[in-house]
Design a protein around this ligand. Structure first.
Ligand code: THG
Length: 262
């Protein structure tokens, strides 16, 4: 599983405050801690608050780059902020994200080529997020076709079936798993699949329990990557165990420690 740490996001109060005050230590600690906990890449999102979001993104990417060479997922809907973040990435960038709308694909896929970045394609468009797996898979197919036309390697395309909170959209959780399975049938080799996992548990009472249970189910459905909080040790243990049970690692009694030493 390719793990993208979610914590450097202005949605979190500590990160919003650090951006406002220019406090590098908070951001750099979060970067280091997430990498030590098993993240392969870090999501970077300035959140809704900053007065100058472009400068906030540049500051975050530069600040993180001072302590790690990790790939960064530039999490913004604004094209200019996306490019300013990609420009400053020390290693591979990940465009987070495009929708299935043609105008977005026509601008963001060439940007992925220009910066040799990966790209996350959400199975949504101007009409919103479809309820059922079939409609989500149709948008995924449009994204795959556009990516192929633009000459993007399938290994650089992640399809995100967009999970919503289970307390407001309960029927979506099953449809998202079905979408993940259908994505494997779109082409050969198939695109990778990803989820922003923590959405599923927003405003639920035991968030960690909901997150780790859904992650195990998504692993069983073939999920390749996830934006998660790697500092949640129970979540990471469930993920490692789910991969073990899917035969992605060989069993030994201390498989949790063995995974962490990789
Ligand atoms: N897909 C893709 N990218 C994404 C998402 C996705 N990026 C953002 C988000 N969804 C994934 N990251 C988060 C980060 C934080 C939370 C949820 C998803 C979260 N934050 C607390 C909350 O809202 O309750 C913040 C409060 C706090 O603790 O301070 O839940 O789906 N491609």
């Amino acid at each position: 599983m390719f793990i993208i740490g979610e914590r450097i996001n202005g949605m979190f109060k500590d990160v919003a405050k650090a951006i406002k005050e220019g406090d590098k230590a908070i951001i750099q600690d979060l970067a280091r801690q997430q990498m030590e906990a098993g993240a392969d890449a870090l999501d970077v999102n300035v959140g809704p608050a900053p007065e100058e979001p472009l400068r906030a993104m540049e500051w975050l990417v530069t600040t993180i780059g001072e302590v790690t060479d990790a790939p960064l997922a530039i999490d913004t809907t604004k094209f200019e902020i996306m490019e300013s973040g990609l420009k400053l990435c020390k290693s591979k960038g990940i465009i987070n994200s495009t929708s299935g709308d043609k105008e977005k694909l026509d601008r963001l896929l060439p940007l992925a080529r220009k910066y040799n970045a990966s790209i996350i394609g959400l199975t949504m468009n101007k009409s919103g997020i479809p309820q059922d797996a079939q409609s989500r898979a149709e948008i995924a197919a449009q994204i795959v076709t556009s990516a192929q036309e633009q000459g993007l390697a399938m290994s650089d395309l992640y399809i995100d079936a967009v999970i919503l909170p289970v307390n407001v959209a309960q029927d979506h959780s099953r449809e998202v798993l079905e979408t993940i399975r259908q994505c494997k049938l779109l082409c050969d080799p198939p695109p990778r699949t990803i989820l922003g996992l923590s959405n599923v548990s927003q405003k639920t009472l035991d968030r960690s329990l909901v997150n780790r249970t859904y992650l195990a189910m998504a692993v069983a459905s073939g999920l390749d990557a996830a934006i998660v909080d790697p500092l949640d040790k129970d979540l990471m243990n469930s993920m490692i165990t789910a991969e073990l049970l899917m035969g992605k690692q060989i069993y030994c009694d201390n498989y949790l420690q063995a995974y962490r030493k990789k």
